[in-house]
Design a protein around this ligand. Structure first.
Ligand code: ADP
Ligand code: MG
Length: 674
């Protein structure tokens, strides 16, 4: 018997159990050892009085009498087995398991594992797991007990027994981590970590085992990302950039760049000057001015003979960015076009043809850009905006249309640095850490329905000043689930303020109509735009000073921050009103957080804590594995530690040394790289 033996040959596992195990992905002894418990039961023996109401406890006891059946008022059949812990009387209570009546006889020794409650002065342990025992072997049972994520047909009892029998023999597992690493970071060796993850000797040892696996997971992941990235970065630039003169561009710009923008542009230029292709992420809070930085990258690309592509998540953004880029780039003889999903066929074909022939310098569009029929003459610069909406795959698809183009990724949601380093460890990171001058913080209020009239009054007064407003609703049409809808609120506002120009916008509208409405809003022909979250990211209308969010409880914090970022985009004082009727304390606390906090990084961290990385980032999209032990929220410190170590390993090329053999092999197996 060794680690690669099939489970079928383990004592107590025959062909039919082997089949069940296989359905859980367990084929070999090795797989079995890596089938980790989902949680643990504390089986320190308790007497009835020591039991807590709501937690599971383990109660050694003796059967005091024969079991009997009771019919409850709700006609449920329950079996009661009278038991005693030596001092107190109680019963084990089984619901809908009539066969339990004859499972025991007086004098049997049991350990009952379940929740205990007091009912009319008598202790009851409800639907317990149970195990008969002889005095001697309870010792064996009385410890921290694993609970596995199982499938029908396999019980916890069987699974524990199988794994225990494997663990009885000495484990010939290969240590993945080098001895020096184990020593330096005081990590539990693999064999003992495996033992303790299944049958922990103590809670402390369980923690050490979990830490060890988390360390291993993160280190492997960081290394894998770095190696992939090195493959990318290793690509030599085919043509060096020569023209870095930004003066003409800056002269045409209606504002001067912030220090943060200048710093990031320097970093981009140094990428372009180097002999490696650029893979850079730009982080910056909403409104920090990422678009102009992207424009400069595109400007330089075109000046040096390349084409550029700018991919955005929504059609509305493609229209807006198209307009911005035209404004910035056309004066320099750079031709910009927007490629839309549903353009007239002839227009589209013309654009596709011009792109391929190199007559268009910069193209802006949604995923439409990665369609097969889109071909470039000389694509050299790929920019993706609001990256978290795109998966790595989509970015790659666009990159493939060029010959190793430089890549600039703009993130909408600022994320904590350590996390960014992990998720985007295939990218260099730049942060725009200053806001344009004159920006004020957006005053934020959380109100309920009773304030609606006042909110509307306030809206009217803002518009009288010549400003504009957004109202964001979670739904498009009226429905019976009680959510505010664009159509309903739009009508209500128009009825209340016949003299105001109200526009509505949502994803179900035709592109043409969306275009027209957005254009009217930019041109101030619409005062109030009632919309769904289609305006969530990127939309830039500087004279909008008020945003009202209906059913604010429906939105995540990072999302609310993005929405709030639609206003306060000039030096005009701006406001954000979150309307919510929710009485839920958690919801209230969350919304109140928005009143106190204006820093996107802090808000992102909080959102991450509240919702977890999956929801927050669409982690799967990023090609991130779901970690079993590591937590991207709690283990920030460990993320940093493993990142530093991974850097060192790559830097010193340690993977090629004998000591790192195990690590290298695991990387090859798990990530198919190295
Ligand atoms: P985001 O970082 O959220 O994408 P944008 O790039 O849309 O922000 O910029 C927000 C607004 O700030 C735009 O109206 C833009 O023209 C303006 N802006 C950008 N940089 C500056 C600057 N240095 N000074 C003044 N306004 C700026
Ligand atoms: Mg933007």
């Amino acid at each position: 018997m060794n680690l690669l033996s099939e489970v079928q040959y383990i004592k107590g596992v025959g062909p039919s159990r082997a089949k069940l195990l296989r359905s859980l992905g367990i084929n070999t002894v090795m797989d079995l050892l890596h089938f980790f418990p989902r949680r643990y039961l504390d089986l320190t023996p308790l007497n009835f009085e020591q039991g807590h109401d709501d937690s599971v406890g383990a109660f050694p006891c003796i059967v005091a009498d024969y079991g009997y059946e009771v019919l409850t008022r709700s006609r449920m059949r329950i079996v009661k087995i009278p038991v005693t812990d030596g001092r107190r009387k109680g019963s084990a209570v089984f619901f809908n398991q009539p066969y339990m009546k004859d499972a025991f006889k007086p004098g049997d020794k049991l350990v009952l594992i379940g929740k205990i409650r007091k009912n009319y002065g008598e202790y009851e342990i409800l639907n317990p797991e149970w195990q008969k025992f002889e005095k001697t072997d309870y010792v064996d049972y009385a410890r921290i007990c694993p609970v596995y994520p199982l499938t029908k047909g396999l019980t916890q009892k069987i699974m524990r027994k199988i794994i225990k029998s494997v663990l009885q023999d000495p484990l010939e597992v290969d240590e993945v981590l080098p001895q020096s690493v184990l020593k330096e970071y005081r990590l539990m060796p693999k064999a003992s970590a495996l033992r303790n993850i299944h049958f922990p000797e103590s809670w402390e040892k369980l923690t050490k085992a979990q830490e060890r696996f988390a360390f291993e997971e993160l280190l492997l992941f960081q290394l894998a990302m770095m190696i992939t990235r090195r493959h990318l970065m290793g690509e030599k630039r085919k043509n060096t950039y020569k023209d870095f003169d930004l003066k003409p561009f800056l002269k045409n710009l209606p504002f001067s760049l912030t220090e943060g923008q200048k710093k990031v542009i320097k970093e981009i230029i140094s990428d372009l000057k180097s002999d490696r292709i650029m893979n850079r992420l730009i982080q910056g809070d909403v409104g920090s001015g990422k678009t102009v930085v992207a424009s400069i990258a595109l400007y330089l690309a075109v000046k040096n003979g390349y084409q550029g592509a700018f991919m955005v998540p929504t059609e509305i953004l493609s229209i807006q960015h198209g307009a911005t880029l035209k404004k910035f780039l056309n004066p320099h003889g750079i031709k910009v076009e927007v490629l839309k999903g549903d353009m007239p066929k002839a227009v589209k074909e013309q654009i596709l043809c011009d792109l391929e022939k190199g007559r268009i310098d910069v193209v802006v569009g949604t995923h439409a850009l990665i369609q097969e029929n889109v071909k470039f003459y000389r694509l050299g610069m790929v920019v993706t905006d609001e990256q978290h909406r795109f998966g790595v795959r989509q970015r790659e698809a666009l990159v493939k249309k060029g010959y190793y183009p430089d890549v600039l990724v703009m993130s909408a949601t600022p994320i904590p640095r350590t996390l960014a380093l992990t998720i985007y460890s295939d990218l260099d990171i730049s942060v725009i850490d200053t806001m344009p001058r004159g920006r004020q913080k957006v005053d934020t209020y959380v109100v309920d329905e009773s304030m609606r009239t006042r909110v509307y009054k306030f809206m009217e007064s803002e518009i009288k000043k010549g400003n504009q407003a957004y109202v964001v609703c979670p739904a498009v049409e009226e429905s019976d689930i009680g959510l505010s809808s664009v159509e309903e609120i739009g009508r209500e506002l128009q009825d209340t303020f016949p003299h105001l120009r109200i526009g509505i916008l949502h994803g179900k509208m035709k592109t043409e109509e969306k275009d027209r409405i957005m254009k009217d809003f930019y041109d101030k022909k619409i005062d109030v735009l009632v919309a769904t979250t289609v305006v969530e990211v990127g939309v830039d209308v500087p004279s909008a000073t008020l945003i009202v969010v209906e059913n604010a409880e429906r939105f995540g914090l990072a999302q609310l921050h993005q929405l709030r970022g639609r206003v306060g985009r000039s030096d005009l004082k701006s406001y954000c009103v979150l309307i919510s009727g929710s009485k839920d304390m958690g919801v209230k606390a969350r919304l109140n957080f928005m009143m106190k906090t204006h820093n996107g990084f802090e808000i992102a961290q909080k959102d991450l804590e509240l919702r977890g990385p999956g929801e927050f980032l669409g982690v799967k999209q990023h090609g991130m594995p779901e970690f079993k032990f590591a937590s991207l929220i709690k283990d920030l410190k460990l993320l940093e530690t493993t990142k530093t170590l991974a850097d060192e390993i790559i830097e010193k090329d340690l993977l090629s040394t004998h000591e790192y053999k195990g690590l290298k092999r695991t990387l090859e197996d798990k990530f198919k790289i190295v």
